[in-house]
Design a protein around this ligand. Structure first.
Ligand SMILES: Nc1ncnc2c1ncn2[C@@H]1O[C@H](COP(=O)(O)OP(=O)(O)OP(=O)(O)O)[C@@H](O)[C@H]1O
Length: 362
């Protein structure tokens, strides 16, 4: 007899409620997405099945593809590595999976989380590739923060990481890169893009696959997965992940949007999915000029400008002028002196590239 049963028999009360999915076992959690009381087994099943459906319905992969999992050692990418390996086996996706980690060079944070990824490599039997900012750019984030302080460091980190992941994916010769961005992250990015009037990013931030015209398509299998459920899944499955926040990430604006979404979720769990839906349904007016995609004249990476953002930031760092590439472009190679700048095609469009901190592009 289970503990709860004994208690209700003694008290003469009603029998304990059963899991509202299987109607057999006792519920152990209230599902954050639907508020259903369910048992652990049914939770695993709905959690994994929804991710499988997102993969199948959106045709994220083809059999035989090589797929890199952006692995930071945090909860999202750890759960992604675990679930994707499971689904790959269970549903015979036929994927060759790899872990790809970028070492930003943040002492006391990334070095520790990389130890977690190294353990995941053995636990899940997935080959791991690590690339560092130091090797790719000659700078660690520790060096950059020493030079520029805490205010704009997330801009450097986000821009460099995006390119580093592409370079790692090319090294591994993968067909796709998947990241652990979840529904909360996407809803938050929709809000931030609206608040910043960044129409170009707003139009692509809800896509489950992006960058199909770039070097490597990126997919977000957790597009509809709630962060709270990822944490619960990792907890119940006792997955080995690293849970410390980045020591250089003040991210006040993003943090505010995050808190706002959490408040909305408390009042109405569907709010997260509805914000994503709203982001998807925004239509860009045909009169809005979009940047034209080309390649960076310096490194060959995709860019709508003469130089890609990473090269502009790196040039600033190397010349001792780290603020050069930050904020709405002013001066420098990409700069136009005011809020407009020259594109390759010669047309002037509002700057759509820069942001204060964090990555609004996935
Ligand atoms: N250093 C890194 N190396 C490889 N992939 C990364 C790295 N940092 C972030 N990513 C990828 O980008 C996703 C979103 O990163 P973000 O920094 O928003 O972290 P997060 O939401 O805390 O995710 P996680 O819990 O996986 O760290 C991660 O889930 C991961 O797939």
């Amino acid at each position: 007899m289970e503990k709860g049963e004994a208690k209700s028999k003694k008290a003469g009360g009603p029998p304990p409620r059963l899991c509202c999915i299987c109607n057999e076992r006792r519920p152990v959690l209230k599902r954050p997405k639907t508020l259903q009381q369910i048992c652990r087994e049914c939770f695993y099943e709905v959690f994994e099945e929804e991710i499988h459906q997102a993969i199948v319905e959106n045709r994220l992969f083809k059999s035989g593809e090589r797929v890199a999992i952006g692995a930071s050692g945090g909860k999202d990418s750890t759960v992604l590595a675990y679930v994707l390996s499971e689904l790959n086996r269970r549903h015979s996706y036929g994927l060759d999976l790899f872990l790809l980690s970028i070492d930003e060079g943040i002492t006391g944070y990334r070095d520790d989380s990389l130890e977690t990824v190294k353990r995941n490599e053995l636990q899940y039997g997935l080959p791991l590739q690590i690339l560092s900012y130091k090797d790719l750019y000659g700078w660690t984030m520790d060096d950059i923060v020493k030079m520029i302080g805490l205010k704009n460091n997330c801009t450097f980190c986000g821009v460099f990481r995006r390119q580093a992941l592409d370079r790692g994916a090319a090294l591994l010769k993968v067909d796709k890169l998947v990241t652990g961005h979840n529904a909360d992250d996407i809803a938050e990015t929709v809000l931030l893009n609206i608040l910043r009037g960044d129409i170009a990013r707003l139009s692509r931030c809800t896509s489950i696959t992006t960058g199909e015209d770039g070097p490597i398509p990126r997919c977000k299998p957790f597009k509809y997965t709630y962060e709270k459920e990822i944490v619960m899944y990792a907890y119940f499955k006792k997955l080995d992940y690293f849970s410390t926040e980045c020591i250089y990430s003040p991210n006040a604006y993003r943090g505010f949007a995050r808190e706002f979404i959490k408040d909305l979720e408390r009042l109405r769990p569907r709010a997260i999915l509805d914000i994503i839906k709203s982001g998807e349904d925004f239509r860009i007016a045909t009169t809005t000029k979009m940047p034209e995609q080309g390649t960076c004249e310096r490194c060959g990476y995709i860019s709508s400008q003469k130089w890609c953002k990473a090269c502009v930031l790196l040039d600033g760092l190397n010349r001792g002028l780290p603020k050069m590439g930050i904020g709405r472009a002013r001066g420098g190679v990409n700069g136009g002196g005011d809020h407009k700048k020259e594109t390759k095609a010669g047309s002037t469009v509002k700057s759509l590239e820069s942001k204060q901190c964090g990555s609004l592009d996935f």
